[in-house]
Design a protein around this ligand. Sequence first.
Ligand SMILES: [Fe+2]
Ligand SMILES: [Fe+2]
Length: 180
Amino acid sequence: MKPIGPLMIEHRLIEKMLAAFMRHIDDAEKSQKVDPNIVEVAVDFLRMYADRTHHGKEEEIFFRSLAKKDMTPELREIMQELIDEHVWGRKTTTALAAAKQKYLSGDEKKFSEIIFLARKLGNFYPRHIKKEDKHFFVPAEEYLSKDEQSIMLAEFWEFDRKMIHEKYNRVFQEYSLLYP
Ligand SMILES: [Fe+2]
Ligand SMILES: [Fe+2]
């Protein structure tokens, strides 16, 4: 398998998760009530899977290697846009988590903010993924030799292997703060 293989497989899950989240948001809009747990699960998915695991491999392994290559200005520009979009996704997910937290504490005015931010993320991810799948991954991969691609794939698996430990160390840290 080539390194863009696992990244594209991850894209499919991110798309399906966001589509399911948007169906919950459609329901929430109809009933004018949102289930904070549904939002929390989506936030955890976006943070730990879409951002940390998926964007993590893109930025820390794939893009980092490509940054050393003599790519065309067009591809460099797209790569910078993708990095900037990751930053936007991270910020918007944090804002959604904060709005959900306030809603949970009784601030019902946060309802419309939750809907607004969720919709923004629901529109953003498919567009970001399409840009990578259709306009970046394939031409960018041509700058990597077969050997570089095999090493990169091994680095991807190692990156993924660490994620479950990182996730549950974080869960423990947050959990232990509840009852210090
Ligand atoms: Fe990305
Ligand atoms: Fe991606």
